[in-house]
Design a protein around this ligand. Structure first.
Ligand code: PGA
Length: 232
């Protein structure tokens, strides 16, 4: 595991964008595993500024709220469009986000796994971490080994994400998420942590016991992980 500490969020965003850019330059047809939330916004801005060629890049996102479709401003599809896709030359048909409005969510999850293997797996997976150690929406659990699945969100996740909604009642209670198993199959993983409140859980994840109670701790078993973090 390679650990990079940056001075501040701006430097962190530049570093993350640089790692993603390198990946695309080495392989213009890269499959990027992308994330939403506040952490990657700065890196996405840097990528937009870079004018990098995304015309052959494929992207697949970690998760989506159940019950929201892509036109809903709180959906992760909408987030990706507004914060990245609309500003770069990626082809819309090469971008994948789970369909939270799918009629049969089980089928949706299976289809997402099929898509992952059709794409030949993820070359570079971008991850944030939750205050409870979650990656994607893989909440603390008794086991690690799941593929894409529907998850009931933890109370702490609902509270953390309420800041994006008018009230906590509006936060969807479920999501579709790539599982730990799907995430661990990525060739390279980039874990990004940008707020002081998360440093404790980051330390637990990278130096503590490997346990599904701290989902991110599984990353210790992956052979190619870069952690980029800052404390302010
Ligand atoms: P954040 O969330 O980027 O909005 O802080 C990350 C996460 O909960 O995985």
């Amino acid at each position: 595991m390679k650990i990079i500490k940056t001075k501040n969020y701006q430097e962190l965003s530049k570093k993350v964008a640089e790692i993603i850019s390198e990946q695309i330059k080495v392989n213009p047809k890269s499959v990027l595993g992308l994330a939403t939330g506040s952490t990657p916004v700065g890196a996405y801005k840097e990528l937009i500024k870079s004018n990098l060629d995304f015309s052959e890049v494929r992207s697949i996102n970690l998760d989506e709220y159940v019950g929201l479709d892509g036109s809903n401003e709180q959906s992760y599809r909408y987030f990706m469009e507004k914060n990245l896709f609309e500003h770069i030359n990626i082809k819309k048909e090469n971008t994948y986000v789970p369909n939270g409005k799918g009629e049969n969510l089980q089928k949706e999850c299976e289809g997402y796994e099929e898509k992952l293997s059709e794409l030949g797996g993820v070359d570079l997976q971008l991850l944030g971490i939750g205050l409870n150690g979650h990656i994607g929406f893989n909440e603390p659990d008794k086991i690690f080994g799941k593929n894409t699945h529907v998850v009931d969100l933890d109370e702490s996740t609902l509270e953390a994400n309420a800041r994006f909604f008018d009230s906590i009642e509006e936060v969807p209670k479920q999501a579709i998420t790539m599982g730990i198993k799907s995430i661990m199959q990525a060739k390279k993983i980039l874990l990004v942590v940008n707020i002081p409140e998360k440093i404790k859980i980051l330390e637990k994840a990278i130096y503590g016991d490997i346990t599904p109670e701290v989902p991110a701790s599984v990353l210790q078993l992956h052979q190619d992980v870069i952690v980029v973090y800052c404390e302010e």
